[in-house]
Design a protein around this ligand. Sequence first.
Ligand code: 13P
Length: 258
Amino acid sequence: MTRTPIIAGNWKMNLLREDVSAYAEALADAGPPGAQVDVVLFPTPVYLELAAAAMPDWAAVGAQDVHAEDGGAYTGDVAAAQILDAGASWALAGHSERRQYHGESNDDVARKARRALDTGLIPVICVGETLEQRQRDETEAILDAQLGAALEVLAAADGAGIGAVVAYEPVWAIGTGLSASPEIAAAVHGHLRRRLNRHQAGLGDSTRILYGGSVNADNCRDLIGRSDIDGFLIGGASLDPASFLRIIRLSTGSAGGS
Ligand code: 13P
C-alpha cells in the first residue's frame, strides 16, 4: 500500500510573528516539493491564523494541542472549532510534553483526537516511551496502552477517509540529539502497525506512522528508507525553514526546496 509521506514541523513554544511570516515567505520562495508529500507546520495557537494565511497552499497548518470539549469554561485552552476557524486543518493530540507537563492521560488524548476528528481536523496521535520505560523493557506495553486508548478514533479517521496518523516519538530522543536508530524506530513502527491491523484488518496498512525525536538532515534519509516509517514530526530542525526544506527534499528525493 502506498502511503503519502508527511513531513511536519512542531515549533513548540518558539518563533515570533515576524519569524512566522519570514518562514512562510521562505517556503513560498522555495516552491512546492516536487514529490507527493503532506507538509504540515504546527505553530503556537496565537499564530495559527497568521501561519494559515501566510503559508503557500502546499503547506498546511495544525495546532499543537486541542481541547476535548467543544467549548465552555476552560481558561487558556483552545477548542477544535476555533482551530479550524483560524484556518488550520491538523491537530496534535498527546504530545509527550503535554502528557508530561499537563498530565494528559491516554483517555484524555483519545478524547482530544476524537473532538479534532469530529470537527474536521486531522488528528495526529502521539505516543512514545521514556528512557526508564525502555530500560525496564516496557516499551511495547506502554505503546500498546497509549495506542489502545486511541484505536477507535484511529479506525474512525480511517473510515472517514481522512486517514489515521500516529507519531512515534520516544521521549528519550526528543531534543536530545540522540535519534532512535532506523532499526529501533522501524521495529516500533512495525509493532504499532501490527497492533492496528489486529484491531481492524487493513488499519495498520493505511495508517501513516511518523517518527519524531532528533530528526535532522543527516539522519532523515536512513530513517525514511525504512518501509514502516512514513515521515517525520520534527522539533528543533524545523525551526529554520532552510533546514526544514532540506529535510523535505532529502526525505522525498524531490527537487523542490533548497
Ligand atoms: P526534536 O526534533 O527537537 O527532537 O523534537 C521532536 C518533537 O518533539 C516533535 O514533536
